[in-house]
Design a protein around this ligand. Structure first.
Ligand code: FPP
Length: 238
């Protein structure tokens, strides 16, 4: 078996899973097929990342901007997410995996909201992989919701203006208690953050690859981790 070179393993990897549509188009298949294969790639990614020693994985599954896609595609994505979350209930027990959702779930269908609440509750004590799915998520939206909660806390007297610090502000984030991502991977050649984890990515390292998401396998993950291992992390100054 091929040896993976010893390297520093990021504690938290966040992924912008891009290129499902192009992957399908290259095969003369509908976009929905690309999303299906993308969904399978998420499962493999979680297993591989965990086996390599990664503790937290966050995937960008549906952004606040994705609602502008054709209805048929939104329905496909929601259907896949429904099935995926259902599977997660079984898998999380077997693998001791905690699942949390980042994003404004209030806009999702009631059954999805129910499934999310159930999954979050049932897995809250599992201490294996800590897996976050960003769903109806936007970094600006998360910051704005945290601002509103901060203002409400000041208005009701539970927080003073002087007590507003990065730490107290972050407590109102969907990602509260989750460490900031050490490494953000974006597939398919695009080099943008696209409203993902805007606050949390302040000191993240970035890895961009031309590989399309459904093709992102363990070898590609190892390459990303190796790249990360060679970076000199800076948390202050430049
Ligand atoms: C971008 O590909 C990807 C998405 C819009 C969302 C990612 C969704 C999945 C991987 C499937 C469902 C997720 C889970 C967690 C079950 P794109 O359609 O923009 O690709 P393109 O840029 O090639 O058109």
């Amino acid at each position: 078996m091929e040896e993976v070179p010893k390297t520093i393993i990021p504690c938290h990897i966040a992924v912008i899973m891009d290129g499902n549509g192009r992957w399908a188009a290259k095969r003369h298949m509908p976009r929905s097929y690309g999303h299906q294969q993308g969904s399978k790639a998420v499962e493999r990614f979680c297993e591989d990342a965990y086996h390599l020693g990664v503790k937290y994985v966050t995937v960008y599954a549906f952004s606040t901007e994705n609602w502008s896609r054709p209805k048929e595609e939104i329905d496909t994505l929601m259907g896949l997410l429904r099935d995926f979350l259902k599977e997660c209930i079984k898998k999380s027990k077997k693998n001791n995996m905690r699942v949390r959702i980042l994003g404004d779930v209030a806009r999702l269908d009631r059954d999805l909201q129910f499934r999310i609440a159930e999954l979050t509750e049932k897995t809250k004590d599992y201490d294996g992989l800590q897996f976050q799915v960003a769903l109806n998520y936007g970094g600006r939206d998360e910051i704005l919701r945290a601002v509103k909660k901060t203002v409400a806390a000041v208005q009701n007297g539970t927080l003073t203006i002087d007590e507003i610090t990065p730490e107290s502000f972050q407590r109102f984030f969907d990602s509260t208690e989750i460490p900031d991502p050490d490494l953000i991977i974006r597939t398919s050649g695009e080099q943008r953050l696209s409203n993902f984890l805007l606050w949390q990515s302040a000191y993240s390292e970035f890895y961009f690859t031309d590989v399309l998401w459904p093709d992102f396998n363990k070898k590609e993950l190892e390459k990303a981790i190796e790249y990360y291992g060679k970076r000199e992390r800076r948390f202050g100054g430049v």
